[in-house]
Design a protein around this ligand. Structure first.
Ligand SMILES: [Zn+2]
Length: 154
């Protein structure tokens, strides 16, 4: 397939950050290739690399459930816990470019150990794997989160 435009890749050309590679974007981990440069060369179009949670929050703020709100906090809860902040239609990066990332804020001092090296992070309590682990502690059953939810609903 020949790539000519961003539409060929189903990418939305959002320009908010001038990162040159995934290395510049703390929450992004691809395979350390210079994807922005590669795509720019391939598509001959200006592109931006942005954190998925920020893109989600921006999409909700501009055309989704949070359309017409000045302050939007998009929350993602899955294998991890993250989020993005949009203020007046623009992604709020914060001083360290991770303004909306709340998964590694401490919920409980001396709480569950987290892969980030800290203890008690939000993600160790609210992510899918954390909830599955807690379910196993309570019931002794080793189930996926979707199975747990389905069984509770039935
Ligand atoms: Zn953590």
């Amino acid at each position: 397939m020949e790539l000519k435009t961003l539409k060929d890749l189903n990418l939305i050309p959002i320009v908010h950050q001038e990162w040159n590679s995934p290395d510049d974007a703390p929450p992004i981990s691809i395979d350390l290739k210079p994807i922005k440069e590669d795509l720019h060369k391939e598509l001959d179009d200006k592109i931006t690399i942005e954190n998925d949670a920020n893109c989600f929050a921006l999409a909700e703020a501009t055309m989704g459930a949070a359309k017409n709100y000045d302050v939007v906090f998009g929350v993602i809860m899955g294998t991890g816990v993250g989020g993005g902040i949009v203020l007046n239609g623009k992604i709020h990066q914060g001083r360290t470019f991770i303004a909306g990332e709340w998964g590694h804020h401490t919920l409980k001092q001396k709480g569950n150990s987290c892969y980030c090296g800290k203890n008690g992070c939000v993600e160790t309590y609210l992510s899918g794997p954390a909830l599955e682990k807690r379910w196993k502690e309570i019931t002794g059953k080793n189930e996926t989160l979707s199975s747990i939810v389905n069984n509770i609903n039935n």
